[in-house]
Each structure stands twice: as C-alpha cells, then as structure tokens.
Design a protein around this ligand. Sequence first.
Ligand SMILES: [Zn+2]
Length: 321
Amino acid sequence: MSILNKIKQRNLVSNIAILILISTLTDLVLAQKPEPLAANSAEIEVLPVQGNLYMIGTGGSNIAVMVGELGLVVVDSGNIEASDNVVDAIRSLSPLLPRYIINTAVLPGHLSGNSAIGAMLPPDTRGGFGMSVIGHANGLTLLATEFVEEVPFELWPNNTFFGESKDLNLNGEAILIEHQPEAVTQSDVMVYFRQSDVLVTGDIFDISSYPHFYPELGGSLQGMIDALNRIIEITVPEFNQQGGTLVIPGHGRIASESDVVEYRDMLTIIRDRVRLMINDGKTFDEVLAARPSLEYDGIYGAGSRNWTTHMFLEAVYDDLR
Ligand SMILES: [Zn+2]
C-alpha cells in the first residue's frame, strides 16, 4: 500500500469517527427535545405559569388551572385517558374545588375530561346540575350534529353563551371569555385572566403544529388569522418582546407575544404564497411541489397528531380556491 493510500485510509477512519460523534451528539440533542404526548396517553405534565395560573399538559390538549381561595377555574379538560392524573394534579395544586370549567372549543381532546373534573364536586353540592361548564352556544350545534357519537351528552358545556363575550370574576381575578366566530371551528373562545396576565387560546394558537382549522365545523383560514391578530392585540410584552402576558396554547409549550407574532406571520406568508400560485393557475400538486412552507416545516411540520404539512397546505389551498 502506498503512503498516499495509507493517509487516505486514515482520513477515512477519522472521518467515520467524526460522523459517529456528530450523530451521537444529534441523538443527544434530539433526546432532550420533549416529544409531544400521544393523543390517548395517560401522561400529564404540570407547570406553573404566572400569577394564579398553572398548566397541565395532556395528549388531548393543554389545561389551564386558576387557583384561589374561593375556588378554581379550569380551562379545557384534556383527553379521557389522562383524566385520573389530571384530577390528582388539580388536587395537588389546591385543596379547593373547581367552580367552573371553560371549554375553548368542542373538540373531543379539549373536553373529554369534563365529567371526571365535574365529579370532583361532592354529589350533595351539585344541585342536580353538576359543574358549571362554560362554552359558546355555537358549539352545541356541532356536538349535536358532528360529534354525537364521539362526545356523550354528559361532557357537553351546560352553561353556554351567545354573542361575543362573557365575563366572570373569581378570587379577585377578572376572567374575560371572548368568542372567535370562525377560527378552528365556529365554537372557539379564548380566556384571558387579567390579574395574572395569562391568555389561554385553545387551538387558535397551537405552537406544536401548523394551524388546524375545520371548514366543516365553521372554521376558516381568514378567521384563524383574525383570531391570531386578536391574541396579539390582547398580549403586552414587558420588555424587548420578553415577559409580560404569557400565552397557554392549545398544545405545546408556554409562549409569549413574540411567538404568536411569528406564528401569525408564518400563516400569512404561506397564505400569500399559495394565493399567488392559485392566481397563476397552479394545481394543488404544483403548489405542493413548490414547497411554499419550506423554511417552517422543521418547526411546525412534524405531522404530529395526524395533521401533516400536506394536509395543512391542502386546507389552505382549498380555503383560498
Ligand atoms: Zn387541540
């Protein structure tokens, strides 16, 4: 073997060693990135947010819990498999009982724990009506038509409101519930806890995925953008886009206004690109081949919870066409 070949061989060996090192490091980095909980998982994650607010993450949805000396307010209730753990977590946060559940939408993953949390009330104090479960009246139509088999009657909101908003006050905390008429569905509400300065958005803002709106349930692309802009109006950063209002998204990590701005910009940029291509007469397959979401696919396009980049782009295309 010539000297040159020996040098080449040695280089090859050290290159392989470097490759193995890099892939081990990549594995370590990936291992540290928390995987989203599976939709039917019993696992939960409990985190303090700020003020009186805590977040319980489940595979079905994030849950917000406001604690205080007059009782608790719970926003969304997660998937049914996680219910026992969610009830235990609520008990660990406060010895008091929930006074209200608020559902951000009638999506099954967001309200399937309603009964389990409702059952925390002792039977003699329920007055025959059970827990007060607040939701927008538009959701009842969907429950009665689209989710008859998936969502049994005992999980339905029983304290619904028509119109744009509803206010509550508990523990000195003003709670503003605001309807977003055609975002994910026709039933979406966002919940703002004014003293704690925490906004709970439901799936209008899902930092773990591309936006998922359901035209068949009254949702729309423009309604999503309008609702994201409304979040940006309500939230106020403290300094240099950090701190201030904290946002509990429908799924994924706790966020701030700048995260929502980035998400809104992503959605409007992709919408504008797809619209241009539609105006040029492009078919959906041609739009897909042009990769209009390329620089965002690594962040939002994981295809988690069965909502792939392909499905998202198809929804955008269909909405605009
Ligand atoms: Zn969701």
